[in-house]
Design a protein around this ligand. Structure first.
Ligand SMILES: *[C@@H]1O[C@H](CO)[C@@H](O)[C@H](O)[C@H]1NC(C)=O
Ligand SMILES: *[C@@H]1O[C@H](CO)[C@@H](O)[C@H](O)[C@H]1NC(C)=O
Ligand SMILES: *[C@@H]1O[C@H](CO)[C@@H](O)[C@H](O)[C@H]1NC(C)=O
Ligand SMILES: *[C@@H]1O[C@H](CO)[C@@H](O)[C@H](O)[C@H]1NC(C)=O
Ligand SMILES: *[C@@H]1O[C@H](CO)[C@@H](O)[C@H](O)[C@H]1NC(C)=O
Ligand SMILES: *[C@@H]1O[C@H](CO)[C@@H](O)[C@H](O)[C@H]1NC(C)=O
Ligand SMILES: *[C@@H]1O[C@H](CO)[C@@H](O)[C@H](O)[C@H]1NC(C)=O
Ligand SMILES: *[C@@H]1O[C@H](CO)[C@@H](O)[C@H](O)[C@H]1NC(C)=O
Ligand SMILES: *[C@@H]1O[C@H](CO)[C@@H](O)[C@H](O)[C@H]1NC(C)=O
Ligand SMILES: *[C@@H]1O[C@H](CO)[C@@H](O)[C@H](O)[C@H]1NC(C)=O
Ligand SMILES: *[C@@H]1O[C@H](CO)[C@@H](O)[C@H](O)[C@H]1NC(C)=O
Ligand SMILES: CC(=O)N[C@H]1CO[C@H](CO)[C@@H](O)[C@@H]1O
Length: 417
């Protein structure tokens, strides 16, 4: 049945490329115990966004605890926007494939793993699928991009997003994932930044849900997260990029303005269609501009400036509920499989800009995460040279992707095709 289904799937798609991908909308029914943050008003203006960050970065204060008034169970049906890829032409020969579930961090969406820039020269998916024969599932985290949005304070929080990740993992394992028509006995979870924090928490909550985890752009050191909040210079997403992030009516208003003043050509590269308006409500925040984008994610001069601008144009927001819960995830995981922590040498939020400056107390800041995994079969912390927090945007990204695949191969987590 599996062989037949994968064969049919490949035949339906183009087999010219080295990989075949499907865009899939995945319905999930989930619930989680969320924080109720009624001691903070959801920011309504850009100044409120700054006030929120001032609250959150005040030294000696845990603003999550200040804002928290109760816990409540949030239950809902949501759609997750996902991309599933498998090696073209391997259709019926895939005997025991391994799928990697890729969870993006704050500021991005699923395209972080498959950047089209320079003919996909920075694509993690290309390396994992084309060169190593893995299947991949990348997805927009719940609340972000083309996945269902929600109320940004008490609904779209880490806890609910982890439930969506858990549900999709179970669907891949038991063969109920739409379009895919296959069961997977080996599932690897790969995260970036907040996506790594969620991947870590997933294994803390459900230790046997994963066969191996890769935590990129991550450490267990929370001392530098304030740099991220302050450096982002957060604004309301719908005011910062009104065409992409605002409502479709912003598009109509701005478009008629541009036409009236014959400015359409001037903004041609960023022309949007109304159906692409993401319509984020207040409380979805985004970094202010290309300068804060560089500060958070890029290490000069080890990147193509064009890719920095691309990252800014395609950025995604964060909810205040996410910001209030990213530090409230479990501190320890009893996960028994292999763990690779893979962080750029000059990561900002998890290393304060220098992962090797530990005062000689440890080989690197990410290496101290070993104590959070007392039962891991293998633990390795690897520092990717001359790279900032947004690993996939740096010149040497592809060599890093190969390092990760080679680690998985060495753990008997290859994909049999
Ligand atoms: C998946 O299986 C269902 C029935 O179980 C079938 O209708 C569908 O065409 C299959 N899809 C692919 C891509 O093989
Ligand atoms: C999937 O969606 C992306 C982004 O909208 C698009 O570029 C791509 O062509 C789509 N792929 C398929 C196979 O439809
Ligand atoms: C929190 O505030 C919301 C409205 O903003 C309200 O619906 C809810 O009942 C409040 N919850 C608690 C526990 O106070
Ligand atoms: C900032 O904190 C104060 C109390 O500590 C609270 O009243 C206010 O709503 C908060 N504002 C924002 C935007 O978080
Ligand atoms: C801050 O408070 C929240 C809510 O009480 C708690 O879950 C979290 O662990 C606290 N963070 C720190 C660093 O103490
Ligand atoms: C999910 O998307 C489908 C269309 O693709 C739509 O009919 C359905 O209402 C959506 N569900 C939710 C919960 O948004
Ligand atoms: C992709 O990267 C390789 C090596 O880094 C380079 O030689 C090639 O020109 C790049 N291709 C594109 C389209 O940028
Ligand atoms: C597969 O897992 C999903 C998510 O846990 C669940 O909703 C579904 O009922 C399961 N299907 C089968 C056939 O076990
Ligand atoms: C995984 O853990 C769940 C409980 O969290 C348990 O129901 C299930 O049997 C376990 N599966 C395996 C393969 O150990
Ligand atoms: C979201 O959907 C829009 C409209 O179909 C498409 O242009 C865009 O590429 C999609 N983005 C992602 C991240 O899937
Ligand atoms: C590129 O990355 C690989 C894998 O981490 C590493 O071995 C190599 O030294 C890096 N090259 C440079 C120039 O930093
Ligand atoms: C589209 C495609 O790759 N089809 C292949 C699927 O697998 C069978 C058996 O190995 C091949 O004959 C097809 O060419």
């Amino acid at each position: 049945m599996h062989a037949f289904s994968l064969s049919a799937l490949a035949l339906l798609s183009s087999s010219a490329a080295a990989r075949t991908c499907h865009n899939i909308t995945v319905p999930v029914s989930i619930s989680s115990r969320n924080g109720v943050f009624n001691n903070t008003a959801a920011p309504q203006t850009n100044l409120d966004a700054t006030t929120f960050v001032q609250n959150q970065t005040r030294q000696g204060q845990n603003f999550t605890a200040v804002a928290l008034t109760a816990y409540a169970t949030v239950t809902g049906n949501y759609n997750i926007s996902a991309q599933f890829c498998l090696p073209s032409g391997s259709n019926s020969t895939l005997t025991n494939p391994t799928v990697q579930i890729l969870t993006h961090g704050i500021g991005f969406d699923k395209t972080y793993w498959d950047l089209p820039y320079n003919n996909y020269n920075y694509s993690y998916v290309d390396t994992a699928v084309d060169e190593y024969g893995y299947c991949t599932l990348s997805y927009d985290r719940l609340g972000i991009g083309n996945s269902s949005h929600g109320e940004p304070r008490n609904e779209i929080q880490s806890f609910l997003e982890i439930q969506a990740l858990a549900a999709m993992t179970r669907m891949l394992r038991n063969g109920s994932f739409p379009t895919v028509n296959h069961t997977f006995s080996k599932v690897v979870h790969v995260g970036h930044s907040f996506g790594s924090a969620q991947t870590f928490a997933l294994t803390a909550m459900y230790p046997n849900i994963s066969d191996g985890i890769i935590l990129t752009g991550w450490s267990t050191n929370g001392s530098f997260v304030g740099y991220f909040g302050a450096g982002a210079d957060f604004q309301q997403a719908n005011l910062n990029q009104p065409l992409r992030f605002g409502s479709a009516s912003n598009y109509a208003v701005l478009n008629s303005f541009l036409e009236n003043y014959a400015l359409t050509d001037l903004v041609a590269p960023v022309q949007m269609a109304p159906e692409q308006s993401l319509a984020y409500v207040n409380g979805y925040l985004t970094n202010s501009n290309v300068n804060s984008q560089q500060y958070l994610f890029f290490l000069p001069p080890y990147f193509d400036t064009g890719l920095l601008y691309y990252g800014e144009q395609t950025k995604q927001p964060v909810t205040i509920g996410e910001l209030l819960t990213l530090g409230s995830l479990p501190a320890m995981s009893t996960f028994k499989g292999p763990v690779l922590v893979f962080t750029g040498s000059n990561d900002l939020p998890y290393c304060g800009g220098d992962c090797l400056n530990t005062g000689m107390s440890a080989p690197s800041i990410p290496s101290t995460a070993s104590t959070a995994f007392p039962n891991a079969s293998v633990f390795e912390a690897y520092i990717q040279p001359v790279t900032g927090h947004g690993l996939n945007f740096h010149y040497n990204a592809t060599a890093g992707y190969r390092y990760i695949q080679d680690f998985l191969m060495a753990q008997n987590l290859e994909s049999q095709r």
